[in-house]
Design a protein around this ligand. Structure first.
Ligand code: SF4
Length: 470
């Protein structure tokens, strides 16, 4: 086992910025964010969006296609969980779910035509590895029958280490998976017990070794700070253990304790949660610890080894952002399959039914299970371009936005440019005649810069101020 890292986080990033980083807020995996979706957007709207994509493809103008499949089942609940999942030990439930997915896949093939090229496929959950190898192989066969997964496509899967073995990873590799993400969260036994997710360092070490042996091109590890029983000292041991395993990528998420919203979190004793100062120390230790061990800070909650494709994309200004976070893939239309999953099609977003009965009902009637979504306005599309440029490149070129969207940037965003001035004064942002540039220290706070361009958020803030006044 490696030694605890003894790095002073304040040498890398000042506490003031860490505090700004450790606040809840939109992650801008989409703009507008999913809380803005409306129920008026239903199956006919989604079908129309697919048709428009089909028409675009016929004249050679469609974006590449990405697929996401949500597998909601987990055998036991992690108390920090905020995902849409179904806790069950009954594996026979999977068959009915796969039948429904087959119908949903078929509806897409019927609308778009079979054999649409796919450059990215991701299985998430829940726990995709709740499915047996035979069930996963069946799902992959259904997808391959309906879509053409192109050579070199990124095919990734989230793996709960408690449901996998190195032998299982070999089967996943045979099915075509070439990227893998392990949910680690924390290695400390007291923390693992407090969140009801016990998995040893040794089991994860063996899985990561197995993933390398079976040729996975990229291995990701998910961590969470702010969990019950975590201390700066215990989390530094986890950081050291994770860097010893050398995953290609690390995602570090902040735990948000919202027991009124997420039922499993009610089993966490709030008295066990680390205080704000300890959270800041853990975040700082993680950033400085990962960077000291050769990881580049990609942005928001992502780190990658300097030779990983994500780090190369960051250096070359080719980062993109989708529902999984940062990506090397150009902006894709995303078909999202399965209960509660969220997709993107042209200038629309859509979300499937959140419960299994609703999801099954719609599909049995031969309908897309879309229950909410959004058709973006022209203003949403312009702001999405600005927010994604900030989140991915940390730079917005006025001319590029002006030409693509036929606006004068300085006039359209006069109020936002004004609102950026305190950040300019604070050294987080620079503005010249051509562009907004987020500085190196501003990059840790890029979400805060993006939030200034979020019209929906600013409207809420204005409403709140107004309701305080009247
Ligand atoms: S955190 Fe993941 S594995 Fe745990 S209950 Fe939630 S979805 Fe399932």
């Amino acid at each position: 086992m490696s030694q605890t890292l003894s790095i002073d986080p304040s040498r890398v990033i000042p506490d003031e910025l860490l505090r700004r980083l450790d606040v809840p807020g939109p992650r801008y995996t989409s703009y507008p964010t999913a809380d803005r979706f409306v129920e008026a957007f239903g199956p006919p709207d989604y079908r129309q969006a697919l048709r428009e994509r089909g028409q675009g493809a016929r004249v050679g103008g469609s974006a590449p296609l990405s697929l996401y499949v949500h597998v909601p089942f987990c055998e036991s609940v992690c108390y920090y969980c905020a995902c849409n999942k179904v806790i069950t030990k009954h594996h026979d439930k999977a068959a009915e779910y796969l039948d429904a997915l087959d119908i949903e896949i078929g509806l897409h093939a019927a609308e778009l035509g079979a054999g649409q090229p796919v450059s990215q496929l991701h299985l998430g959950g829940g726990s995709p590895t709740f499915l047996s190898d035979a069930e996963l192989a069946r799902l992959m066969a259904s997808l391959r029958a309906a879509f053409r997964i192109v050579p070199g496509a990124e095919i990734s899967i989230e793996v709960d280490p408690r449901t996998a073995s190195p032998a299982r990873l070999r089967e996943l590799a045979v099915m075509g998976f070439n990227r893998i993400s392990f949910g680690i969260q924390d290695f400390d036994p007291a923390v693992q017990q407090a969140v009801h997710r016990v998995q040893s360092f040794e089991s994860v070490r063996d899985l990561i070794a197995g993933a390398r042996e079976h040729g996975f091109e990229s291995i990701n590890a998910d961590l969470i700070y702010g969990l019950p029983k975590q201390t700066p000292a215990s989390f530094q041991r986890t950081i050291a253990q994770v860097t010893e395993l050398r995953p290609d990528r690390i995602a570090l998420y902040a735990y948000a304790h919202l027991p009124a919203r997420f039922k499993p979190q009610r089993r966490i004793d709030a008295a066990d949660l680390p205080p704000p100062e300890a959270r800041i120390r853990m975040l700082g230790a993680a950033i400085s610890g990962f960077m000291a061990q050769g990881y580049d800070y990609i942005g928001m909650d992502h780190f990658a080894l300097a030779n990983d494709s994500l780090a190369a994309a960051k250096r070359q200004g080719r980062l993109h952002r989708n529902f999984q976070g940062y990506s090397t893939q150009p902006d894709c239309d995303l078909i999202a399959l399965g209960v509660s999953s969220i997709g993107r099609m042209g200038a629309t977003y859509s979300q499937n039914a959140k419960t299994l009965p609703e999801y099954y009902d719609a599909l049995r009637q031969g309908q897309f299970p879309t229950v909410r979504g959004l058709a973006l306005t022209r203003d949403d599309v312009v702001r999405r371009a600005v927010i994604m440029a900030l989140m991915c490149q940390g730079r917005v070129e006025f001319e590029s936005i002006a030409l693509s969207h036929l606006i004068s940037f300085q006039e359209y965003f006069a109020a936002e440019l004004e609102a950026l001035q305190p950040m300019v004064a604070g050294g987080l942002v620079e503005i010249d005649a051509d562009a907004i540039q987020v500085t190196a220290s501003g990059w840790y706070f890029v979400r805060g810069v993006a939030m200034l361009f979020d019209r929906h958020l600013r409207a809420d803030q204005t409403r709140e101020r107004f309701s305080r006044i009247v």
